[in-house]
Design a protein. Structure first.
Length: 218
């Protein structure tokens, strides 16, 4: 179930539990107003805490990771989000028109890797090279390019450095594309398997239909 829907339902049920507890305490048990209110708040907090623990346990079980692993991954994703913001800002600042599409692809792929991993934290381990190496290299190169290109005076040495930086960014873009492909490679393999099964089923049904029609003709 969508996490937003789950959270929304949790809040609704918590509010209902709080109200029901207050009605039982105040009307059913004839408690004083403030005492009934206190019990209802305690009941709501307890219900929310228990359901949160259950939801988290189910989430960790589904993802195949522990709470400790999730905290570790969440921390790295938080850091990666800041780096991706810096990368996007730098890439957009580059005024080299011919490399615009390549830079746009790099922006899209880094965001895609981040969003996939945030949604399914267990995939983090398949993208460690991206988060711990390739992303850092991309940020450093992009920011360095922006710094060099902003210099008021240009010479052959500076132009050569800028050209080399662009080529390296192109190589990193290809590397990040491989990171993205590796991240979703299991899904691609699973899709191929399901396609093979579907084709086999269709062929089997078709052959069965042909045999049935042949029998009817006899």
């Amino acid at each position: 179930m969508n996490r937003f829907i789950t959270s929304f339902l949790q809040v609704i049920f918590t509010v209902n539990t709080t109200v029901i507890t207050w009605l039982i305490s105040y009307i059913g048990l004839d408690q004083a107003y403030w005492i009934a209110t206190g019990w209802s708040l305690l009941g709501g907090v307890a219900f929310y805490g228990v359901t949160s623990a259950i939801i988290q346990a189910r989430f960790f079980n589904k993802q195949g990771i522990s709470r400790k692993e999730y905290r570790y991954i969440k921390g790295n994703l938080k850091e990666a989000k800041r780096k991706i913001y810096r990368l996007n800002k730098a890439l957009i600042s580059i005024r080299h028109i011919p490399s615009w599409k390549q830079r746009l692809d790099l922006v899209r792929m880094t965001r895609k890797i981040y969003s996939i991993t945030k949604k399914e934290p267990k995939r983090f381990y398949r993208a460690e090279k991206f988060f711990f190496s390739h992303l850092d290299s991309a940020v450093e190169l992009a920011e360095k390019y922006v710094f060099l290109s902003s210099q008021p005076k240009r010479n052959n040495e500076l132009d050569q450095a800028l050209s080399e930086t662009r080529r390296t960014l192109e190589s990193i873009t290809e590397t990040v594309e491989q990171d993205l492909y590796y991240l979703i490679s299991n899904d691609i393999d699973q899709l191929h398997f399901e396609l093979d099964v579907a084709k086999h089923t269709l062929k089997k049904n078709k052959d069965s239909k042909i045999i049935d029609e042949s029998r009817k003709l006899k």
